[in-house]
Write a protein that binds this ligand. Structure first.
Ligand SMILES: [Zn+2]
Length: 248
């Protein structure tokens, strides 16, 4: 095992129960070749992956392939909605597709249009989860999501609290691509994973396949191998985490 995973292994070895991890890969519809590379890594380790799909970017070929994967092995893939077009509508400040620059009515129109596209492609295999682009949305968004039948919102841990209107919230803890582009990437990844596992909460790892190189995928494969071999490690789909763990 690589030294950078030692802190995580140490936490898992001392854990009283199982530590649950989930992997949320954003921007489905962009960079399909890189998505296939990422799907291959998860497939080789029989690890489950949640894919947040941009409805307006989803091509027919990818939709058919994902549908086939969902039907063949529903325990290994989850598909849910990631915005609508993934465009920034703010004129200033931080990027946001569903933010204060747009009215509730306009947000609802786009959320519904995106949901319609994905329902047409995936039917009942679609998870009622919403990941807002850039992990940001506002109270109006949540109200619309509740009306449209969504059951879960996923943003960053530590995002400003929103009235959830009956939805549960399952945040991500680690931005893999951000950490891996910084100084001492593996050491920082190992430390962040160990901290998340030690929290006792489900630990969410956010991925962005479209910008992940082969070199970025290598440590991910090492992590999945470790989680699959240690009895205290468990990888789950987001829908399973919601069913088995207490989420907000
Ligand atoms: Zn995104």
């Amino acid at each position: 095992m690589s030294p950078w995973l030692e802190p995580l292994r140490s936490v898992l070895d001392g854990a009283p129960g199982k530590a649950t991890f989930f992997f949320r890969d954003d921007d489905g519809g962009w960079g399909d070749a890189r998505l296939h590379a990422l799907l291959g890594v998860f497939e080789r380790h029989a690890a489950p992956l949640d894919l947040a799909v941009i409805p307006a970017a989803l091509g027919g070929e990818l939709a058919r392939e994902l549908s086939a994967r969902l039907r063949a092995a529903p325990e290994l893939l989850g598909v849910h909605q990631h915005g609508y077009t993934h465009c920034n509508h703010q004129s200033s400040g931080r990027k946001c597709e569903f933010g204060d620059a747009r009215s509730r009515a306009v947000q609802r129109r786009d959320l519904a249009a995106g949901a319609e596209i994905l329902r047409e492609r995936f039917g009942l295999l679609l998870d009622p989860i919403f990941t807002p682009p850039w992990n940001r949305c506002n109270a109006a968004t949540v109200g619309c999501l509740a009306e449209l039948g969504f059951r879960m919102l996923s943003r960053n841990r530590g995002a400003a609290p929103l009235e959830l209107r009956g939805l549960s919230e399952l945040p991500v803890d680690i931005d893999w691509c951000k950490v891996i582009q910084g100084e001492l990437p593996l050491e920082r990844l190992g430390s962040a994973l160990a901290t998340a596992a030690a929290s006792g909460r489900p630990a969410g790892v956010m991925l962005h396949h479209a910008v992940m190189t082969e070199a970025d995928l290598a440590p991910l494969a090492e992590l999945l191998r470790l989680l699959s071999t240690l009895p205290a490690g468990r990888c789950s789909l987001m829908r399973e985490v919601a069913a088995t763990c207490e989420v907000r």
